[in-house]
Design a protein around this ligand. Structure first.
Ligand code: SF4
Ligand code: SF4
Length: 454
């Protein structure tokens, strides 16, 4: 009996891998489109045009495919000739008020809060000096954001409460609108904290990695006991606040142990969160629970199922608060050729408990992201070289990727620490959302209006 070689397994990412840096073909199951990368526009294609474009792309005749697209009326623009700014004014800082945590999550970027060093609490004087630096350089009417991070910020309530009061006073004096945010594990919330969130209209991001089973496996207390019961009791108290004006968002860090998103999502929605966001763990200090290629493939499949649940809810007149979908749809609609994935190292910086400045909260105590200190200010040489090196146009292979303006090169921290292991996942999700966008524009215009207005 002869053995027939079945050949290589089909590449599941074939339709999302970059071929042209200028155009990409999108099929939403009903219509076929060509995505104009520099413009961010989607052009409906007759199936005959699609077939010839597809075959030109398939055979690697990219020039011909791009010429054909131009012939169909696509205005194919040249990429931006981006000149990185030397400096960017601060618009947001995060205070690591507690480099200490009461949980022991396996993958924690802050290594249980201490960032690999000794546990520390930020003194109110350091917080005040940071707030002064943020507010004194801003102009009246220009909004700023004060974020609290850790570790777990609620292990240092004294500095947290004092900082809010001081920042609100200083901002009011200078007529600077100020927003407050905090990322928390929500296990230490007390009634006076809820009053603080209500008074200053916080946006709280609660780290929760699933329902009881998944969350307890990934987010135990230092004693080893699961944190879900305490967390869910506190979420109930938060959400029961009378005339609540603060927002409570759920952030699920997805590891290989909690990829069952279509099960987790409705559970978190039933808990009453205002928004849910899934984010893969790509770089943990110990390497534990990082997502590998096969885990990211699984995550993409699961997230697509959630995207389909989002679409099914639209059919019933409901918009699910799934940030992975809503933020990407808004990004597609309000397409900007963003050169940075976030404000890190530019308009946003993290302050360590000791008052050192870092590109963002994840770089705290990491020389790779050091940016000066709160008493002498941002190190302008470091900032200017960061902005010159980290922009999209300087990133390889991003300049040739069709999804570059929907991704902007991905998180600096993860890229510096681990490279770019998630590009197929990022492009797969961008592709799904572009197709979702065309379907929603065609069939649920009412929803699109609401989604992009938010
Ligand atoms: S990081 Fe983003 S823009 Fe860069 S190649 Fe990967 S998916 Fe494309
Ligand atoms: S570098 Fe990464 S972790 Fe830091 S703010 Fe940007 S996206 Fe977030």
């Amino acid at each position: 009996m002869s053995v027939i070689d079945a050949g290589p397994a089909p590449d599941r990412h074939r339709h999302t891998r970059p071929r042209s840096a200028k155009i990409h073909l999108i099929d939403d199951g009903v219509g076929k489109y060509v995505f104009n990368v520099e413009k961010g526009s989607l052009h409906s294609l007759a199936s005959t045009h699609r077939a010839s474009l597809e075959s030109a792309m398939e055979f690697g005749d990219i020039k011909r495919a791009e010429l054909m697209a131009s012939g169909l009326g696509l205005d194919i623009m040249q990429p931006i000739n981006f000149k990185p700014p030397k400096t960017v004014p601060l618009k947001a800082i995060s205070l690591a008020v507690a480099q200490k945590c009461n949980l022991g999550c396996s993958y924690c970027y802050a290594e249980q809060g201490s960032f690999g060093g000794n546990s520390e609490h930020m003194l109110p004087s350091v917080a005040k000096a940071s707030i002064d630096r943020l507010i004194n350089q801003s102009q009246a009417g220009e909004a700023v954001t004060l974020a609290f991070m850790g570790g777990e910020p609620l292990t240092n309530c004294k500095t947290l409460h004092a900082s809010c009061e001081y920042a609100a006073q200083q901002a009011a004096k200078r007529e600077v609108p100020i927003g407050f945010t905090m990322t928390t594990n929500a296990t230490l919330i007390k009634p006076e904290d809820i009053a603080l969130f209500q008074k200053y209209k916080f946006t709280l991001t609660v780290s929760i990695d699933g329902l009881k089973e998944e969350n307890d496996a990934l987010r135990p207390f230092l004693s080893g006991k699961g944190s879900f019961d305490r967390l869910s009791k506190n979420i109930k108290a938060l959400l029961a606040t009378e005339n609540r004006v603060f927002r409570v968002l759920a952030r699920v860090t997805v590891t290989p142990k909690n990829t069952n998103l279509p099960y987790i999502m409705p559970g978190l929605l039933a808990m009453g969160f205002d928004q849910i966001m899934f984010s893969p763990m790509l770089s943990s200090p110990s390497g534990r629970d990082q997502m590998q290629a096969e885990d990211l493939d699984k995550l993409l499949d699961q997230l697509i199922l959630c995207g389909e649940a989002f679409y099914a809810a639209l059919e019933k007149g409901k918009i699910l608060p799934l940030a992975n979908v809503t933020t990407m749809l808004a990004r597609i609609h309000n397409y900007k050729r963003e050169q940075y994935p976030c404000g890190a190292g530019g308009g946003y910086m993290g302050v360590s408990a000791k008052g050192e400045l870092y590109a963002c909260h994840r770089f705290v105590d990491d020389e790779a992201g050091h940016m000066g200190d709160i008493s002498s200010g941002v190190d302008l040489d470091k900032q200017s070289s960061w902005l010159a090196q980290r922009n999209l146009q300087s990133q390889s292979p991003c300049t040739t990727c069709w999804a570059r303006y929907l991704c902007s090169g991905s998180c600096h921290y993860e890229t510096i620490k681990r490279g770019r292991p998630a590009c197929d996942y990022i492009r797969g999700w961008a592709y799904h959302c572009l197709a979702l966008y065309t379907r929603i524009s065609r069939d649920h215009g009412w929803a699109l209006k609401q989604l992009v207005a938010d």
